[in-house]
Design a binder for this molecule. Structure first.
Ligand code: ATR
Length: 271
């Protein structure tokens, strides 16, 4: 029987994951079936159990189920424990569910593809929600000089930074506490969704700096447009989407697909 995988979300119709994993499967010769499933808001665990009963071997998990998925896992990767959320479920041979989060490694890999140096970098991360919590461990593992987490609600950023303080030089506060220059600014807020821009000082970017938005779309986000007018190089989150998927695929199939052609395919679809 073909091994089944899926992405759970609610809503889920917009998800590109089925196309991404179909491309990975074609490329690597893996025989898998990958679909998008809208799980009921009040019964994520039931949706996973039903999927397993129908031959499900693993799943991606997106909004709003990442924390619930975390809670149902029997075992967790260290980075998932830190994140308090999982985006990848793996059904073990023993029938136990293993959870991991590949978002952060996806961000780091995409930054590396774009030639953004992380070791020794001064990094500003905007936002202090689940998206940011999920990427801090892999970012800090690259040994940046320092990471500042800035958020509209300053106390959330301070608390988040404190949770990761054993891993490196990381601090948190409000936008008014932001003092540049930074080599990399990562927007992990959902402000781009509503076309808003966090209030940031003009002198934010060091020469040659990069601005990364975890969001992507046919057009540059407000944040990236703003960053480019201030001399930074703007990069959207499409590559992160593909890289996190590739890492999930590796966890399930032990094969590493080539991400470049899949990123190009998606970019063309967006046009
Ligand atoms: P996610 O899982 O995507 O991280 P979340 O946990 O709801 O979603 O977090 C959303 C983040 O975007 C938060 O950091 C939020 O700031 P607050 O903690 O102050 O709410 C931030 N955010 C959302 N809209 C914003 C806006 N218009 N300007 C600045 N920050 C915004």
């Amino acid at each position: 029987m073909t091994d089944r995988y899926c992405v759970f979300g609610n809503p889920i119709s917009h998800s590109k994951s089925p196309q991404i994993h179909a491309a990975f499967a074609a490329q690597t010769g893996e025989d898998i079936d990958y679909t998008a499933i809208e799980a009921p808001l009040n019964d994520f665990a039931g949706a996973w159990q039903r999927f397993v009963a129908q031959g499900g071997r693993g799943a991606n998990v997106t909004v709003p189920f990442k924390e619930e998925a975390f809670r149902l896992c029997d075992t967790l990767s260290r980075r998932a424990q830190r994140a308090g959320a999982v985006n990848t479920l793996v059904l073990g041979k023993n029938g136990l569910t293993y959870g991991d989060t590949t978002d952060g490694i996806g961000l780091v890999r995409d930054l590396q593809h774009h030639g953004v140096a992380l070791e020794g970098a001064r990094i500003l991360v905007l936002g202090a929600g689940g998206a940011v919590r999920g990427v801090l461990e892999p970012l800090l593992a690259m040994r940046p000089a320092r990471v500042l987490v800035a958020n509209r609600t300053a106390a959330k950023a301070a608390a988040l930074a404190a949770d990761f303080a054993d891993l490196g030089e990381i601090h948190g506060g409000g936008f008014d506490a932001v003092v540049g220059p930074f080599d990399l600014v990562v927007n992990g807020t959902s402000a781009s969704l509503s076309g808003e821009l966090p209030p940031l000082p003009d002198a934010l970017f060091a020469p040659g700096a990069s601005a990364y938005d975890m969001m992507y779309g046919a057009e540059l986000t407000v944040f990236l447009r703003w960053a480019e007018t201030r001399g930074a190089r703007g990069i959207d989150g499409l590559g992160m989407l593909v890289e996190q998927a590739a890492e999930s695929f590796f966890l399930w199939r032990n094969k590493r697909p080539e991400t470049g052609p899949v990123r190009e395919m998606l970019r063309q679809w967006l046009q």
